[in-house]
Design a binder for this molecule. Sequence first.
Ligand code: SF4
Length: 465
Amino acid sequence: MGSTLFEKVWDAHTVRRLPNGQTQLFIGLHLIHEVTTPQAFDMLRARGAGVAFPDRTIGTVDHIVPTKDQRRPFLDVMAEDMLAALERNCREHGIRLLDLSSGLQGIVHVIGPELGLTQPGMTIACGDSHTSTHGAFGAIAFGIGTSQVRDVLASQCLSMDPLKVRRILVRGTLQRGVYAKDVILEIIRRLGVNGGVGYAYEYAGDTIARMSMDERMTICNMSIEGGARAGYVNPDETTFTYLRGRRFAPQGDAFERARAWWGSMASDAGAAYDDEVVLDAAAIQPTVTWGINPGQSVAVDEPLPAGADREALDFMGFVPGQRMKGTKIDVAFVGSCTNGRLSDLREAARVIRGHHVAPHVKALVVPGSQGVRLAAEGEGLDRVFAEAGFEWRGAGCSMCLAMNPDRLEGREICASSSNRNFKGRQGSPTGRTLLMSPAMVAAAAIAGEVVDVREFTRAEASLGR
Ligand code: SF4
């Protein structure tokens, strides 16, 4: 019987089995940022410990950076202090920091892949829930807490409970106007926000195999929203082609050697899974969340279920039977580590070209990294967005978490390409988030309300645009 990628990566990185049943795993790459590290470095200092593998640790700044005016010192004193602490800690421990002046800064889960730091067969850890994103490359990537950040800094190891593996097979062709975001929202709706507890999700099937790396990252990014500890896609030619020539990827002969090893880490044909789920891609519709967790979603023109959660309905101000289509929005946000990559911006720009944002809507586009921003500007996307009335911003997490000046106010409703719709997530305790694909966000910004992007672009086609 063969093995899954998860088993192969786990075994290859096992240092030892611990008496409590956990496994001590070696971590190949530790990504750090300004929010979850100040305390971890303080704890390290208090114990007189150093960083075990500074060359396996890379820092960037994302959550707290303002996206409008990025001059130092930041106007927000706390944000400035957090960045200054990260700079100090990286300097003191010899850790490479990809800061605002590097040209390589961005959301940690965007820059890892785009710089070729994220590679198949690796173990990756980061003090951020959405570290599962890196699984798109066939890495096993864990989001960790501050005390675990300390442990990885000190030892490059993590103590982990073993996971079961659920294979999620997505088969068939997605309809026009249906994206990777809709696929993962449907998976979470189907399996529940706690359905993945104790599991790693392996995404497979011909639909996933045809997806670009950006799309696979969108899927893996939200594994954590379905309760899974990690999510991954087996590495294939799409993965290798993406990595070739990236700044930190192996080069020349080393790339060929790495590629052979990467390929060997994919799940074997005869591998056994603890569970398997099959989804029909053709049945997936453009999807929008209506509630306060990412599992509370419906197809854009589907009525909210009769038994919908009362707390969520009351918070959102919605009623059973209502459709999300036609819901007026106040803010539109394209960005985040789920959907702030170049292909996401291209798709949103394609939808808005020749239109203008509705007068009552504030619309932001926030590239996931300086690299994405530069590439988008090279294609003229910044002008497309600006002409349509979107604000074109600097790279960062922006309104995904609102630990920076980009925030909702009062009861505003935001059409958002991010990954969490928890109460207060976007800065206002009463603000409301509707998660959807970037194309759907773009269409909502123009219409001023939630629309079905398929109808929006069909109307376009009939006008000959
Ligand atoms: S974009 Fe959002 S989810 Fe992603 S790292 Fe930033 S705050 Fe976290």
